[in-house]
Design a protein around this ligand. Structure first.
Ligand code: ADP
Ligand code: MG
Length: 552
């Protein structure tokens, strides 16, 4: 048999384990890997920023259920790639970071870009290893991929020495591994299912919280039939949006605070009671709330609030168990119950409070008017990426999702800078769909150069920059002393749209609702990526909130 090199063994093993996408930046010592990957039929996306590449890889894991890979050079490359690992760790998404490293025979000698890469990656990794033999490379790749998707998904790391990537052996000597199957879908203990049904049956004010764990487990059909059957009101978390369509009559998203404060039984489906859900504690939750928690990760049950019932298992499987358990004796929360009526009143009240801002046609616009236009004009199955402070928060209520796994944002880690990488990931995974990437001007700046990547691969992404000249609050001027420019301000009326013009995409700058409407129609129909820079009112802000965003 002929000789085969390390790069080809790595690429062939990744392909065999169902890794279809690699995002990276080539350089010593990983240069042979993207060439081998393309030869093996893996889609390689050459990016401009290693962090953005790592965020893209993690998003692929969430969107497809198989880890996306991120390929980076040794030393600084690995440090940058760990950004995405940390984001994946926090979001519970599978991804695989492939980091180049110095040759095994130079370890400890102060080699080029030598660093404690394995130790650094380990903190965020479910699995981290440094193969030192070519014949066992398939073993390591299989271990890494399987670990990333089994149980609670997460990030894994492979440290790839130069002499392993560039070395070669007789192909017959390679110990190939069969593909690891998709993860099992464990069911919850039937006794726990019965207890959960008892608790739900006695509830007067039940609420289902749909999290991104339910989205990840592809539980949408099961969740929809459970909620339609029981008529229990539901609240999606930011990325749980779309598992149930946002325009479903049982969505209490517009009455979120009221629903959380008053529910007596909360059924969480793949959603942690962390900061995003205010730890499940008063004053945001009722002090006597009973929590029924569905999670694949047994250790999660009882975090912050002792669970009344813990249902440890795969969300899709467990919801099907719940549905089966009430088939003979249904649970139904009728529309005329006080709970549903109170929720209805609260929702109407809150919707009225923002309607004026949504309908305000004056220029410059505020967030609500801009986002309403995007909502009105985007295709129903668009994938929405959103990041920024107000831009992301308000987008959560104004931009609707109708399908599962169609929203990507800063997530559990609150990572700014994920937007462009995640949008690129969504566009390569779903070439048939429109990706609308809504960015604050600050968020866009973290990896704005990725518009070049989008143009090079002709990904039809519309990037909308909601530009208020700064981080969080807006700025109207920078003052007279450039040396003491306001710390949170950026260039006033910056023309971000011009960046994409250098790479063949179209840029638009708009200030009025009319301009925005006609430009968006053109931009959304464009098969090339484009940037719509919306100069908004720097004084624009959110609807006044009863609680501050961060529970303290
Ligand atoms: P959100 O931000 O939407 O509230 P979180 O990231 O906090 O969601 O929680 C997602 C939860 O989903 C995690 O605790 C994770 O263990 C869990 N999870 C992941 N995969 C599955 C699955 N297949 N079935 C059930 N739960 C899952
Ligand atoms: Mg801003």
């Amino acid at each position: 048999m002929a000789d085969i090199n390390g790069a080809t063994i790595i690429a062939r093993s990744l392909k065999a384990q169902g890794v279809e996408f690699i995002f990276g930046i080539g350089g010593f010592p990983v240069i042979p890997i993207p060439f081998a990957a393309q030869a093996e039929g893996i889609r390689y996306i050459g990016m401009r920023n290693e962090q953005a590449a790592s965020y893209a890889a993690a998003a692929v894991g969430y969107l497809t259920g198989r880890p996306g890979a991120c390929l980076v050079v040794s030393g600084p490359g690995v440090v940058h790639g760990i950004a995405g690992m940390a984001n994946a760790w926090s979001n519970c998404w599978p991804m695989i970071l492939l980091g180049g490293s110095c040759s095994t025979y130079q370890e400890g000698m102060g080699a080029f870009q030598e660093a404690p890469q394995l130790e650094t990656a380990q903190v965020y990794a479910k699995y981290a290893a440094r193969p030192d033999r070519l014949d066992r490379l398939p073993f390591y790749v299989e271990q890494a991929v399987r670990t990333s998707i089994q149980g609670r998904p997460g990030a894994v790391y492979l440290d790839l020495p130069d002499d392993i990537i560039a070395g070669s052996i007789d192909e017959d000597a390679v110990k190939w591994m069969p593909p690891c199957p998709d993860p099992q879908r464990p069911e919850a203990d039937p006794a726990d299912v019965s207890r959960a049904i008892d608790v739900l049956r006695k509830a007067e004010r039940p609420l289902v919280i749909v999290g991104k764990g339910a989205a990840y487990s592809r539980a949408e059909a099961e969740v929809r039939s459970f909620i339609d059957a029981t008529q229990i009101p539901f609240l999606p978390t930011p990325m749980g949006k779309g598992v149930m369509p946002d325009d479903h009559p049982l969505s209490v998203a517009p009455g979120r605070s009221f629903a959380l404060q008053n529910a007596d039984v909360v059924l969480t489906l793949g959603a942690r009671l962390n900061w995003i859900l205010h730890f499940g504690l008063p004053p945001r939750f009722h002090e006597d709330v009973k929590v029924i928690q569905v999670d694949i990760h047994g250790e999660e049950i009882g975090t912050n609030v002792p669970a009344e019932v813990g249902l440890v298992g795969d969300a899709r499987a467990v919801i099907a168990q719940l549905s089966a358990a009430i088939r003979s004796e249904p649970i139904t929360v009728a529309a005329d119950t006080p709970w549903r009526k109170e929720l209805g009143i609260k929702i109407e009240e809150n919707q009225l409070a923002v309607q004026a801002m949504m309908d305000d046609d004056s220029a410059p616009m505020g967030y609500y008017r801009v986002l309403r236009e995007i909502h009105d004009l985007s295709p129903r199955d668009s994938i929405i990426c959103a990041e920024g402070a107000n831009t992301m928060d308000i987008s959560r209520t104004v931009l609707h999702n109708y399908e599962a796994r169609h929203r990507l944002d800063a997530g559990t880690f609150g990572t700014m800078g994920v937007g462009l990488g995640q949008a690129i990931a969504a566009a390569v995974v779903h070439p048939d769909k429109k990706v609308v990437c809504v960015e604050g001007d600050s968020a866009f700046g973290f990896s704005g150069m990725e518009v070049e990547t989008a143009c090079r691969y002709r990904l039809p992404i519309t990037f909308v920059v909601i530009n208020n000249n700064g981080i969080g609050q807006g700025y109207e001027d920078l003052g007279d002393d450039p040396a003491n420019s306001p710390p949170l301000a950026y260039t006033i009326d910056a023309r971000y749209e011009r960046v994409i013009e250098g790479f063949g995409g179209k840029g638009y700058c708009v200030r009025t609702p009319d301009e925005l409407g006609s430009v968006l129609k053109e931009a959304l129909a464009d098969p090339m990526p484009n940037v719509v820079n919306v100069l908004i009112d720097p004084k624009a802000s959110r609807k006044p909130q009863k609680f501050t965003w961060l529970t303290q």
